[in-house]
Design a binder for this molecule. Structure first.
Ligand code: DGL
Length: 271
């Protein structure tokens, strides 16, 4: 297989649903020449309330689907899946593609600063895995890491409730939780949360530095592809496909919140 054909293969990106489109959007903005195949496992969302075993099973099946589409790289654009399923994906498929998760680039970005206390907000699956405190402590043993499960946020954001009365009450309740008081930085450890970043920035008024998994992950994708010599430098119009395991018109309508261009969803009932 020639190096040219490898470069032109698509990047596969997956999430439990449409939240990972925030990551796809950042990859598209940074690497506009890349062909992309997005897979949202809408039949099983939310992953944040599932067991690690269930998430691992979903990841393997989706990984297989994306490899069948000839992806050169698979980006796990979901924290719950990165936490529970990344290692098993590597175990089964590392010889067939490059893999990037959303946790490692965020941890590295946060650890490169001199914060004393960092907050992490995420789904129950991600918080219960303790992946962020564990990885941050490996790099910065003295860092205080305060974690808070915020399970109402992903469904609320998917409903488009980002800056209304309901979202204000939910966010005020979570952000005033004593667990995440006096932090210098906050990690948005869910790929839905970039949509509420402006509201969080307003809430913290510059006192807390906010990190999300959009541009840091896109940069990590670029770096891995550059190292492999697999960046697509073709002048052809890139092809972008957006697949879901369960199709509804409301999923399609909600994509508008997460992606900067209009999207048509393709139903791929892989289950
Ligand atoms: N987007 C997923 C994540 O980053 C959260 C949504 C879900 O629970 O499925 O963890």
């Amino acid at each position: 297989m020639s190096i040219i054909s490898q470069r032109e293969k698509p990047i596969g990106i997956f999430d439990s649903g449409i939240g990972g489109l925030t990551v796809a959007n950042a990859i598209h903005a940074l690497l506009p020449q890349e062909n992309l195949i997005y897979f949202g496992d809408t039949a099983h969302l939310p992953y944040g309330d599932k067991s690690a075993d269930a998430i691992r099973y979903y990841c393997l099946k989706i990984g297989k689907f994306l490899l069948e589409q000839d992806c050169k790289m698979i980006v796990v654009a979901c924290n719950s899946a990165s936490t529970a399923g990344y290692n098993v994906l590597l175990e089964f498929f590392r010889e067939h593609a490059l893999f990037v998760n959303v946790v490692d680039p965020l941890v590295e970005a946060v650890a490169s600063h001199g914060f004393s206390k960092v907050g992490v907000i995420a789904t129950k699956a991600t918080i219960h895995s303790a992946v962020y405190p564990n990885q941050l402590h490996r790099l910065k043993p003295q860092l205080e890491v305060a974690s808070l499960a915020t399970p109402l946020l992903a469904p609320m954001i998917e409903e488009g409730f980002v800056k209304n009365r309901i979202s204000r009450v939910v966010l005020d309740t979570y952000l005033n939780d004593p667990a995440i008081k006096n932090i210098n930085a906050l990690i948005l450890a869910c790929t839905h949360y970039p949509l509420i970043r402006p509201v969080l920035e307003e809430f913290y008024a510059g006192q807390v530095q906010i990190f999300d998994s959009t541009y840091v992950v896109a940069e990590a994708v670029k770096q891995r592809l550059t190292e492999a010599g697999w960046l697509n430098d073709s002048s052809q119009q890139p092809v972008h496909r957006f697949c879901v395991s369960d199709y509804t018109t409301s999923f399609e309508a909600a994509t508008r919140l997460f992606y900067s261009e209009a999207i048509t969803l393709e139903h791929q009932p892989i289950w």
